[in-house]
Design a protein around this ligand. Sequence first.
Ligand SMILES: Nc1ncnc2c1ncn2[C@@H]1O[C@H](COP(=O)(O)OP(=O)(O)OP(=O)(O)O)[C@@H](O)[C@H]1O
Length: 382
Amino acid sequence: MGGHSNAAPTALYDHAAASDAGDAVMARWLQSAGLQHLSSPLASTRIDQRLFPMQHGYGAQSVEERQRLFKLMRNLNFNGESCSEPYTPTSQSFGGGAVLDGFYFPEFREDLGAGLLDLHAMDDTELLSEHVISEPFEPSSFMPEGTTVFEDDFNSIDSKEREADANPSLFLPMNEKESNTRENNVAKTKVVVRKRPLNKKELAKKEDDVVTVYDSAYLIVHEPKLKVDLTAYVEKHEFCFDAVLDEHVSNDEVYRVTVEPIIPTIFERTKATCFAYGQAGSGKTYTMQPLPLRAAGDLVRQLRQSVYRNQRFKLWLSYFEIYGGKLFDLLSDRKKLCMREDGRQQVCIVGLQEFEVSDVQIVKEFIEKGNASRSTGSTGAN
Ligand SMILES: Nc1ncnc2c1ncn2[C@@H]1O[C@H](COP(=O)(O)OP(=O)(O)OP(=O)(O)O)[C@@H](O)[C@H]1O
């Protein structure tokens, strides 16, 4: 419990004194983020009113001010969370760059904790993290030209940080924290959507093509709807992905956009996974089936390069199916296997047959053997 431990903390808590001290703390707290002009109206109101400046159009007005206030309040929540002590004015610390380090105000916490303003639920991206730099993400084309979300954020960095940024010796190279943050912002998942053409059945029924692809990254779903007076109208829903492939794109192009770019990463001891998701008949099998063989071709080619041959890299193949909640080895007469987690939380399939392969033709034979053992069924959709 530390230095503030006592048997009845609430009995020792002086509301009036804490309120005055709280106002002073509040003023310094706001000042630390350059929001001192908000402190006087806040100081004269009750704490629960302080929590709603944004909802009531009172207090922080500009986007920048709101972001700063949100950041401050979020810090408050984080710092308060680890502490269960009653408020003690003398223990406040405002040292260093941490805004409100050690600040803890039970009344404030209670109101925050009521779920009215769940700061933990907010995503960093919404708040424009201070260390996010526009790389490696491309600016969204939905943003008006010249808009830089980071500009606001840069302005919100306090003057000390700006001084540091202006000094090239401090600014370059990036410190470890910044470089880690930047690395963490690199997308590790790529989502690619493939539109399949209308099938014979859909064409025969003269069904509408409700998906339009544009710019290889966006699609619009046209949803037919009825107004209350039964007039028909179409609602458009726009979605953006890492890539969107239209109905004219070949399986080769799918490979080039999805799997080919991750082949080199495997040789850097990275795990790579490619999976398809979609409703029955949407084209998962059609899309996925050619990929492993194409990937094997590239992998075998890479393995033959002297740099990897010398490192004794090898290619192993296994093929299993999870069907009806059970796991079957497709290269071992559909032998039923168990999936377990080892002491290091690594998922293992106990007894799964693995074959070393060094030739694409052998890979092809294994894939064909496995395909023949797969469970298939048909539905109205496929
Ligand atoms: N891009 C495409 N171009 C041409 N035909 C396609 C395309 N995608 C899918 N098809 C055809 O649509 C039908 C359904 O595709 P597929 O079997 O791959 O769907 P699925 O998502 O695997 O279905 P299920 O989940 O039921 O197994 C197949 O006849 C397939 O040949």
